[in-house]
Design a protein around this ligand. Sequence first.
Ligand SMILES: [Zn+2]
Length: 304
Amino acid sequence: MRLGGLEARGSNMICAVGTPEGQILHQVTIPTRGPQETTADIIAYFADKEIEALGVASFGPVDVRKGSPTYGYILDTPKEAWQRFDLLGTLKGALHVPAELDTDMNGACLGELTFGAAKGLDSVLYVSIGTGIGAGIAVDGHLLHGMLHPEAGHMLLRRHPRDGYEGNCPFHGTCFEGMASGPAIADRWGRPAEKLQDDAKVWDMESHYIAQALVNLILVLSPRIIILGGGVMKNEQLFPMIRTQVRKILNDYLDTKELADMEGYIVPASLQGNQGILGALELARRALADEGGEAAGGPPHLRR
Ligand SMILES: [Zn+2]
């Protein structure tokens, strides 16, 4: 069986053909331009690939509520040409296959849940820290949506005592993304994050913000594992610093076997950057199962 996956990003579109087992057979990257020309290229790519279903993991905000009249539409994005664009409907209408769409973050979370570090776990948190910050959340194998979808990248955090930076989120200033995204690091220190590798105070401050955000998410969601992806997390020295700070902030308030094994609890993304596109393939598999009347649900054997 061949499935189609699309990871729709602000900068480019990753299109792949793969199997339900998570094998990627073919993949291309198309630059993101206006919605019409970009989707024309995506449709042209998939047109002769004999895919049986399509899964889309998209930048947002996006309507992920199945049954909503605007399901699969891009909502009020700063990318004006894409505002209110019916991404899923356009692709589905041209390719005539069952299709499902979720956020890019939930896509990456689903990739890790189905094929990666979180395989079979019933509660998974995926956080991407890069140009922006976002989270994908799965509870009992189901991706969390709600009234829109979680926007955990904008949670409010306590300022580091030695941080005078005003934050760069246009909506909240000093929210998580405003203080800890790649552009916020560059703005605060006057140099891109890649050139600050050896500066301990940069990463001490960065891990302070990431750990605070993770503690908030741990307390609310009680995830079984936390997977950290995105460009900033390529800086591996952050992982031990974050684990130490999470333990310090929690201050022994929680006692679980997961937290006792911090190295197994807060881990890097495990799928070589393919977590998003693999999640899109799993969305395609679920779309097909839904169409066939099978119970799509979550993965069959959840570990508890
Ligand atoms: Zn914000």
